[in-house]
Design a protein around this ligand. Structure first.
Ligand code: G3H
Ligand code: 13P
Ligand code: ZN
Length: 333
């Protein structure tokens, strides 16, 4: 058993309380490798932003759980070395799909876990979430749950609406499960294709896809039911068109990739949404930078020469999100 407290990590309780009060959101950035972690920590340290390092089941398998734990511990030390006196870093399991996985993460030094039982029937979602909460809370590890199903690009707008979180369920769910935060579905989805072209309109000037707005009425109704309760938004990448263009220019193929417009995320961050999940944007930045080096310098074979520029572009992206979208800069001196 390794306690996250020994690693210098924090859980999400205080972070979220402050974020809701202050009208900003905590960035939850996924990482799979050293360059991503370096970029996240550098951006967070330079902006003095609290940060959630997210690890998916896939990332845990990819990077090895023991190595990950030491990477997170190393991240705290690296942050201090960069001059961040009191780093507020949370290590979080993203989309945990079983009690066993959540328990293993709690036992391995994570300070927060998500149990995503949103695909199960309502009562089973509550029961599994409660089981994880009962275990995690013994160690002061916070738990995120999910209610509602994130839309997939295969959905028609009409059927996507039917997966939105039902505001009339949230009080019962949060009370009986005991979760510390709740991920809701209001129209975001994972990946770089959040909407089909049919769900969008096209900007006549640029020819770019303009996605439909998020269901802020659902968010408002949830907040009315659960005043001051921490809400989480998954699938919140914006899919910056400059990265998509770079990827396509240098040999990639990402036609009609589209994300959540930043002004909508800015609006969400000012509400009870206090955790915003971003993964795809970092993948796009990494890929764009690597493709550019490969296209322009085909003789290059030192990974530092293409992972380095990828790391720089991701750092720039994370800082932009922190300062211009989430507003979490300066909140962890
Ligand atoms: O929610 C999904 C995250 O972007 C993690 O994705 O399962 O491919 O690591 P992954
Ligand atoms: P994106 O695919 O929009 O980056 O969402 C990431 C996410 O929700 C991780 O849980
Ligand atoms: Zn997610």
């Amino acid at each position: 058993m390794v306690s996250y407290k020994e690693l210098g990590l924090v859980n999400t309780r205080e972070m979220f309380a402050k974020a809701i009060k202050g009208g900003y959101a905590i960035p939850a950035f996924n990482f799979n490798n050293m360059e991503q972690l370096q970029a996240i920590i550098k951006a967070s340290a330079e902006t003095k932003s609290p940060v959630i390092l997210q690890v998916s089941k896939g990332a845990r398998n990819y990077a090895n759980q023991t190595l990950l734990r030491y990477m997170a511990q190393g991240a705290v030390e690296y942050a201090k070395e960069l001059g961040w006196e009191h780093p507020q870093i949370c290590l979080h399991l993203d989309h945990g799909d079983s009690f066993e996985l959540c328990k293993s993460c709690v036992d391995f030094g994570f300070s927060s876990v998500m149990i995503d039982a949103s695909s199960l029937p309502y009562e089973e979602n509550i029961a599994l979430t409660k089981k994880v909460v009962d275990y995690a809370h013994q160690y002061d590890v916070t738990v995120e749950a999910e209610l509602g199903v994130l839309a997939g690009v295969e959905d028609e707008v009409s059927s996507a609406v039917s997966h939105y979180t039902k505001p009339e369920e949230v009080v019962d769910f949060a009370t009986r499960s005991g979760c510390d935060s709740l991920a809701i579905s209001i129209g975001t989805s994972h990946g770089a294709y959040k909407f089909t072209p049919e769900q969008c309109t096209r900007d006549p000037k640029t020819g770019r896809l303009v996605p439909p707005p998020l269901a802020f009425d659902v968010l408002d109704a949830v907040m009315e039911q659960l005043p001051g309760f921490p809400i989480v938004l998954h699938g919140s990448s914006s899919v910056p068109q400059e990265y998509v263009d770079m990827i396509n220019k240098y040999g990639g193929k990402l036609p009609d990739a589209v994300g959540i417009p930043e002004e909508q995320l800015r609006k969400a961050a000012k509400s009870a949404v206090c955790k915003i999940n971003i993964d795809s944007d970092s993948r796009l930045a990494f890929t764009a930078a690597v493709r550019k080096v490969f296209a322009e310098k085909p003789a290059e074979f030192d990974p530092r020469k293409y992972c380095g520029p990828a790391r720089d572009l991701m750092t720039e992206l994370y800082k932009h999100k922190i300062i211009n979208v989430l507003g979490s800069d300066g909140k962890a001196e």
